[in-house]
Write a protein that binds this ligand. Structure first.
Ligand SMILES: Nc1ncnc2c1ncn2[C@@H]1O[C@H](COP(=O)(O)OP(=O)(O)OP(=O)(O)O)[C@@H](O)[C@H]1O
Length: 462
């Protein structure tokens, strides 16, 4: 039996883009129908059978993403790709929530578009029940980190992770240090179509500016002093897979420019080589900086930002995740001690303190605290005396200050000082100059105190 030609609906109000794309796709053997607004597209969907819709976002009749909504609810077996010239984070998130296959930015190269079309058409249709089994191991056979957390904030994050995993859209993950950005990046890779391909972590703080091209793109022997043999760049290793750029905000301007070409064209040239290399790589990035304001102040390239932040996932700090803190603590207790010690839980006082504490180091700090407490615990319950000083001495206004038999005067003064500094920084949003002014201290004096109490001022910055 002859295979049916795939039929594509192109909805876009730019005639040049619409007609050229249709012509090129027809040359590739697809059947195309073009419309210039969302209402015509909806009529076409009612009257004909389609396999794929290529949809603009900013076109008449689509102010509220009507075409995507109608398409995904009534014609869920039809794949959808968004191709837009006006990217916006809310519309990207909404598109991904609705379950599109891909989100591309104009100007889009035809090869890039064609690859996305082929990928979308190769996907199993999203008829209910037709779900792909998810791996619970990564490509090295290690088990994937379990994502613990049931707070509303985390549920929203996980919904986006599942929606975005199957597309090739680049994702920027932001959040304070230790909130689990790398864990989320690995989850996106593991739940997506590339799960069998490499996941390559590229730590932007670990590559000196002068070696950026060589490390990322590779070099040929003799291209510079010290290049004694050919070296393959990291990007080549993640061809067909995912490149995870950690600490993206630290990337110097010259390296940003070099990365832009690789992201935009999926092409790079190894140092000293004359031939360029084509790759198919998905980019996931993480930073604890506010990259949007760095773009606004000219410190980070806006073109690179928009290419990489097609979808933006903001991870909540642990102190805003309610009961997740206890769930995570129990999870770490179980996984770290693996029944090797008699410890089975936390005292009520410890559990309360976990909820009251600010956790400037987030989940990483919690994990360390649990690990340390298991070692110091004396019975089957972790008690206050096994906690590190910042938690043990925390003074919360509605907690009884202390039991005089347990705390010395110096310790009591120290913890009051700490509570004062926490409040002060909270009020001044982590701005040292104004906090020091209010406290009647010099900036150096305040910094010294913060250091002594191990208080991370970044945790208070908004
Ligand atoms: N939801 C989670 N469930 C279980 N463990 C988690 C979760 N999120 C993070 N972790 C654990 O917390 C620690 C920190 O996570 P991760 O390295 O992903 O944070 P990060 O935000 O990338 O940190 P940084 O900004 O410092 O690079 C790791 O040990 C990780 O396994």
């Amino acid at each position: 039996m002859e295979k049916r030609v795939a039929r594509i609906l192109i909805a876009d109000d730019e005639p040049l883009y619409r007609n050229t794309t249709a012509e090129l796709l027809r040359d590739e053997g697809y059947e195309c129908i073009c419309v210039e607004d969302a209402s015509d597209a909806i009529v076409q969907l009612q009257e004909h059978a389609f396999d794929l819709v290529l949809s603009d976002l900013n076109m008449p009749g689509n102010l509220k993403l009507e075409l995507l909504k109608e398409g995904r609810t009534k014609y869920s077996h039809v794949q959808m790709i968004v191709v837009t010239g006006v990217p916006s984070v809310p519309s990207a998130i909404e598109s991904v929530r609705l379950g599109i296959s891909d989100y591309l930015l104009k100007p889009v190269k035809f090869e890039e578009l064609l690859a996305a079309v082929k990928r979308a058409l190769a996907q199993p249709s999203s008829i209910p029940g037709n779900t792909r089994s998810r791996p619970d191991r990564d490509d090295d056979g290690r088990s994937l980190p379990e994502i613990i957390g049931d707070s509303a904030a985390m549920r929203d994050v996980l919904e986006i992770v599942h929606r975005v995993a199957d597309s090739t859209a680049n994702v920027l993950i932001t959040g304070e240090s230790g909130t689990g950005k790398e864990v989320i990046a690995r989850a996106i890779h593991a739940h997506g179509a590339r799960y069998r391909e490499p996941f390559q972590v590229i730590d932007c703080t670990a590559i000196p500016d002068t070696l950026f091209e060589s490390v990322l793109f590779g070099h040929v022997a003799g291209s510079f002093t010290g290049a004694v043999k050919d070296q393959t760049g990291l990007l080549r290793y993640c061809d067909h897979g995912t490149a995870f750029f950690d600490e993206l905000g630290e990337l110097p301007a010259t390296s940003q420019a070099k990365l832009l070409r690789a992201v935009q064209e999926q092409t790079f040239t190894p140092v000293g080589d004359s031939k360029s290399v084509k790759v198919d790589t998905r980019f996931l990035c993480a930073t604890n900086r506010d990259l949007q304001s760095e773009v606004d102040s000219g410190k980070f390239r806006s073109d690179l930002f928009y290419r990489l932040a097609v979808i933006h996932i903001e991870l909540p700090p642990l102190r805003q995740r309610g009961d997740d803190v206890l769930q995570l603590a129990k999870h770490f207790l179980k996984t770290i001690q693996q029944n090797r010690t008699p410890v089975t839980g936390f005292s009520q006082e410890v559990a309360d303190r976990f909820v009251q504490y600010r956790w400037p180091g987030n989940i990483r700090e919690l994990r360390n605290v649990v690990e340390r407490s298991i070692t110091l615990a004396r019975g089957d319950q972790i008690q206050m005396d096994a906690l590190p000083a910042p938690l043990r001495n925390l003074v919360v206004s509605d907690v009884e200050v202390c039991d005089l038999s347990e705390v010395s005067r110096d310790e009591a003064i120290d913890s009051a000082d700490q509570a004062y500094l926490n409040k002060l920084l909270q009020k001044h949003g982590g701005v040292i100059a104004s906090a020091a002014r209010q406290a009647g201290l010099s900036r150096q004096g305040l910094n010294k105190l913060l250091k002594r109490h191990n208080i991370d001022v970044d945790a208070f910055r908004k």
